[in-house]
Design a protein around this ligand. Structure first.
Ligand code: TRP
Length: 353
């Protein structure tokens, strides 16, 4: 549990609460978070405010999924005794920091952000981009810096957002004349981007190519059956291509026995290993991986009162940390109540809290 005496490096990540998490989230970031939680002071944000930036027409979806994502965290093994889980919308300091940082970023810089550019295109916003969406990298910079995080385990699509964060950190520190904020580093997992089962782009619920962490064995079988392989590998005896073959990408991400996967790749390239066989093996591996997660998730979901108490406690802790940073940033920019009182011609009684 984080305390003032905690000197471990700080990790922060979050997830938009737009739906339950899937295998892409696991490979891209949940796995690193589990590895970091003992050695680092870790915070996880249920990013409901960020979810609103492209779901303003459906806030009930966001509300519903705050708990769903929390269930996923706890089901995969996030330990609320060591990791702090907080609800973004309940941390007003983040909104205030966003407002301050907004003055240290240009609109054209935001429009040039490769992540934002790609997401605007994917969502078909064209010229009608919500201002909140265009500015979400600034809000994400607030999330990261408010906790003084130095490590951010994310998928590679998030790297430009970390760069944007560090630009803001440098500008605020230059303005303040001292290192008020710290720069963060993106920590990429071995599999930075898991493709969807169709092999088109990254795994995403909205693209219908995702395997949720709560998938049943039947759902897994169906998804693996649809997986994109080598279209030129018509007979089992033909030599096949491993690169871009989704079954092998998933085996790389989820099989524990690397030697087994290496042997399968060699046999596939040589010819003689059929897609039915590789898919059957992947299915076994995914069922073995997801079965305990699904069962634990069902137990946790049966006790929402417990989960709410975890979020309440985590949010309380996060509120203290983020308020403290907000105060430091305000002081760095000369915007505390004391600064205003000093500047007032009427002396110390001019302004009171
Ligand atoms: N942008 C992340 C996503 O789309 C969610 C997120 C919000 C986040 N705040 C963050 C990630 C801070 C890392 C750090 O899933």
């Amino acid at each position: 549990m984080p305390t003032n005496l905690d000197t471990r490096p700080v990790v922060l990540t979050g997830d938009r609460t737009t739906g339950p998490l899937h295998l892409g989230h696991y490979a891209g970031s949940l796995k690193s978070r589990l590895a970091l939680q003992e050695s680092h002071c870790q915070y996880l944000l249920l990013a409901d405010l960020q979810a609103l930036t492209d779901n303003a027409d459906d806030p009930s979806r966001i509300r519903r999924n705050v708990l769903e994502v929390a269930f996923d965290y706890l089901a995969v093994g996030v330990d609320p005794g060591v990791t702090t889980i907080a609800v973004q919308s309940q941390l007003p300091a983040l909104a205030e920091l966003t407002m301050l940082y907004m003055n240290f970023v240009t609109v054209s810089r935001l429009e040039r952000n490769p992540t934002i550019k790609a997401e605007i295109q994917l969502r078909g916003f064209e010229r009608d981009v919500p201002a909140g969406f265009l500015c979400y990298p600034v809000a994400q910079a607030a999330d990261i810096t408010a906790f003084k995080a130095t490590v951010v385990p994310v998928g590679e699509d998030q790297v430009p957002l970390i760069e944007q964060t560090n630009e803001i950190v440098r500008r605020i520190n230059r303005q303040a004349g001292r290192p008020v904020l710290v720069e963060a580093e993106a920590r990429l997992s071995r599999v930075a981007r898991l493709p969807g089962v169709d092999g088109k782009g990254k795994m995403s619920k909205s693209q219908g190519n995702a395997i949720p962490l709560s998938a049943t064995p039947d759902m897994i079988r169906e998804a693996v059956g649809r997986m994109y392989t080598d279209p030129n590998h018509l007979r089992a005896s033909d030599p096949g291509t491993v690169e871009g073959n989704v079954v092998f990408t998933y085996l790389d991400a989820f099989a524990e026995d690397e030697a087994e996967v290496a042997a399968m790749k060699a046999a596939y390239r040589r010819g003689g290993l059929g897609d039915m066989v590789t898919k059957r093996r992947l299915e076994e591996i995914l069922v073995a991986f997801l079965d305990p997660i699904r069962k634990r998730r069902a137990e946790i979901a049966a006790d929402p009162g417990y989960v709410l108490s975890v979020l309440d406690e985590g949010t309380r802790r996060a509120r203290a940390v983020t308020q403290a940073t907000l105060h430091e940033v305000r002081a760095g920019l000369g915007l505390t109540l004391a600064d205003l009182t000093l500047a007032s011609a009427h002396g110390p009684r001019a302004l009171t809290a």
